[in-house]
Design a protein around this ligand. Structure first.
Ligand SMILES: Cc1cc2nc3c(=O)[nH]c(=O)nc-3n(C[C@H](O)[C@H](O)[C@H](O)COP(=O)(O)OP(=O)(O)OC[C@H]3O[C@@H](n4cnc5c(N)ncnc54)[C@H](O)[C@@H]3O)c2cc1C
Length: 328
């Protein structure tokens, strides 16, 4: 990455994952000056490959984003390593963005594409295996763990749903109740009907052998053998910079985390600020995040065109007086 950062841009993008880079690519191709500020921690970094992305299935997350950065730069866009620490609207209507390293930059519009953080259950050994044999999304990893012994660690309101989903990829699925209430009513029936065993007791640790998940240790000492474990993380979007803009994340209606609400076009409630990708759509995969970034970018470009046209019409109606040369 280069460090080149001008004083001001048409658009500054917060985050250089699939959403931010895709938005920046559209804007750079629309002949807008654009800078992406990226802290460099995309959500899927622990995974070996990006799956289900047409034309790129299995590409490493690093490689996909390296290609994206190079595409943005090839049209004159800037992609800069750094962390946005605050952003405010100045008196002239533009935004002033401060980076954690002390630099600052101005922008006419902002695209927030800073992703989310996966909060994982506090079970010994779990975080180390995240994105490898501890997974969350069957569309990202289901094929890779097909026909294996898959456990579901209950951790939220969607855990029964997650167990029923993973059952599509394997007939050997076990639901670990862990610290959650026992499934009730129809859920008990659904799990039983699909042949999903329910194990009671708190899971205290993951057992690992030869750098592979071997099973789950339950309080009391018993071990249940497993090849893969699915966990529903709590997905939390946010960032200290939101407050200065007057934006707040809210609890997602499905109870699975916190997100930044937008309208269908990615517009936040603050004029001039758009958002795309996981920061607003917690369930977006890479393709959906990239598509949302591109769609928001087109809206931002249209908004700038509208402002520029309005200014041009005002100038046409009220031309500035031409200075008259005075005789000596
Ligand atoms: C383990 C795992 C595996 C996955 N596998 C797949 C898969 O196989 N296929 C698939 O389609 N999807 C997969 N996903 C989902 C995928 O990660 C997301 O769809 C995608 O990352 C969303 O892109 P994004 O641009 O919204 O966010 P991100 O990719 O998370 O990018 C956000 C970027 O913003 C940066 N950032 C955050 N805060 C700031 C700040 N203040 N200033 C500057 N930069 C900031 C971050 O460092 C990061 O680089 C997986 C997810 C996980 C957790």
């Amino acid at each position: 990455m280069t460090n080149e950062l001008n004083d001001s841009y048409d658009v500054v993008v917060f985050g250089g994952g699939a959403a931010g880079l895709s938005g920046a690519l559209m804007l750079a191709r629309a002949r807008r000056s654009v800078a992406v500020i990226d802290a460099g921690s995309p959500r899927n970094a622990p995974a070996a490959g990006v799956h289900g992305l047409l034309g790129h299935d299995g590409i490493s997350p690093d490689e996909l984003l390296a290609r994206g950065r190079s595409e943005v730069r090839s049209y004159g866009g800037h992609v800069v390593p750094g962390e946005v620490s605050s952003a405010v609207r100045d008196g002239d209507g533009d935004f002033r963005v401060e980076l954690a390293d002390g630099r600052s930059v101005r922008a006419r519009r902002l695209l927030v594409a800073s992703g989310l953080v996966d909060e994982l259950p506090d079970v010994a050994g779990l975080r180390d295996r995240w994105g490898r044999d501890v997974v969350h999304c069957p569309y990202c990893h289901g094929w890779e763990v097909r026909d294996q012994a898959i456990g579901i660690l209950a951790s939220g309101p969607m855990s029964v749903h997650q167990a029923l989903l993973f059952r599509q990829w394997s007939s050997d699925v076990t639901f670990f109740r862990h610290t959650m209430a026992a499934p009730s009513g129809e859920d008990v029936e659904k799990l039983a009907a699909r042949g999903i065993r329910v194990v009671d007791g708190e899971v205290v640790a993951l057992e690992v052998a030869e750098d592979r998940l071997a099973g789950l240790r339950i309080s009391g000492g018993s071990l249940v053998r497993l090849d893969a474990l699915a966990v529903a993380s709590r997905m939390v979007a946010g960032g200290g910079f939101l407050a200065g803009l007057g934006l707040n994340t809210v609890e997602h209606p499905a109870g699975v985390g916190e997100h930044l609400p937008t309208d269908a076009a990615g517009r936040t409630e603050v004029p001039g600020v758009w958002a795309a990708g996981n920061v607003t759509d917690l369930t977006a995969q890479v393709g959906a995040a990239a598509a949302a970034g591109a769609a928001a970018a087109a809206q931002i470009n249209a908004d700038l065109i509208s402002e520029e046209t309005q200014d041009a019409v005002a100038a046409l109606r009220n031309p500035l007086p031409v200075p008259v040369a005075t005789a000596r």
